[in-house]
Design a protein around this ligand. Sequence first.
Ligand SMILES: [Zn+2]
Length: 284
Amino acid sequence: MRAMVIDCHTHVFSPRIIKNRQRYCERDPVFALLYRNPKAKLATAEEIIASMDSAGIEMSVIVNLGWTTSDLCAETNDYILESIARHPKRLIGFCSVQPKDTNAAIAEIERCARAGAKGIGELRPDMQSFDLSDARLMTPFVEALRKHKLVLLTHASEPVGHSYPGKGAITPDRLYTFISRYPDMPIICAHWGGGLPLYALMPEVKKALGNVFFDTAASPFLYEPRIYRLVAEMVGADKILFGSDYPLLAQGRVLAELRDTDLTDADRALILAGNARRLFSIKD
Ligand SMILES: [Zn+2]
């Protein structure tokens, strides 16, 4: 029997946003940065379901963007919440907030948790203009996530290497300050954490990463396929989550790469679904 697959990093948008793409680019710099180029793909919930069916993916985590305003977060969260309600067996939802508006963010976290969201993200601290090391801002936000048992997903990027739209500046040092302050908080660092796993070879860093996961979103655009095995060695295969970054990449491309790497079958099964099932408490 083929192992189950859960894709932990995908983006969907409502037909209304897709239709009015240009208008939303004018309203939000994060959306504009990623989708100003008309070739950058956008997908609806129905499109991802069709794509999951053809790629052999049972469940996907649909994550929002780090919109700069609370209004745009709430508007787009509605679509994530409607989509998970329509496809409860196929889709898991992550909603977005603007942590700078503390009260609005806490109320929105509450609303999304009640409606079944499992997490908040994909945060873009650089473009949403808040500082992950600002304890006065971050502590009430983290408290709200803890209260509702939500997982946090943040974008992450490499301090070196080629540039790409949306790369940003959420580098391992910035992530580490935040992570070490809230060691009990389950955090997913996207795109292999911008290289943070390397530092898990330092014992104190390894310890601080106890509740941190790394996703593989967009991996073929960033690293050689050896990354799967090497990060598994550095942080443990139990800390890696398969994510495609669909529709930026077709799920099958990342899956093929992951299936071809020299991991043990047990480690591959953890990355493809086992870790996500544990993190999101998914029963059979
Ligand atoms: Zn990202």
